[in-house]
Unconditional design. Structure first.
Length: 140
């Protein structure tokens, strides 16, 4: 890894789970980590319920847009975290890969998305600790 670790979050639509994870990592990791997110089949827009769930914790992801997964993004990242993208995620030797099994928030209401959001937050805090990056205050 470089001085500043880079993390890529990948899910199918890059509209919910990966966007929430990227939002948490940006908020909690600050300048200590580089953050990317992408999807194997990106949606047209971010899931509005994911935006609402993050806003409840003071994290604004409204400006984000789903992005297509590229080989360059994977190559430029130290850690690649997949969330249900299956075999669509390219594998490169020497990269650290993790697969986070998380429920898909697509089509779910806010009551169902909050526990997914909270599980992602916990995993981000653990990831930051593992990467040696001091986390900012964790929103509740």
């Amino acid at each position: 890894m470089t001085d500043k670790p880079s993390v890529l979050f990948v899910c199918v639509h890059n509209a919910g789970r990966s966007q929430m994870a990227a939002g948490f990592l940006r908020a909690l990791g600050g300048d200590g980590v580089e953050v990317r997110s992408a999807g194997s089949a990106p949606a047209d827009q971010i899931n509005p319920v994911a935006v609402e769930a993050m806003a409840e914790l003071g994290i604004d992801i409204t400006a984000e847009q789903p992005k297509v997964l590229t080989t360059d993004a994977v190559q430029a990242s130290d850690v690649v975290i997949t969330m249900g993208c299956g075999d669509a995620c390219p594998i490169f030797p020497g990269k650290r890969y993790e697969d986070w099994e998380l429920q898909d928030p697509a089509g779910q209401g806010i009551e169902a998305v909050r526990p997914i959001r909270d599980e992602i937050r916990g995993r981000i805090v653990a990831l930051l600790e593992d990467l040696g990056v001091v986390a900012a205050a964790v929103p509740n």
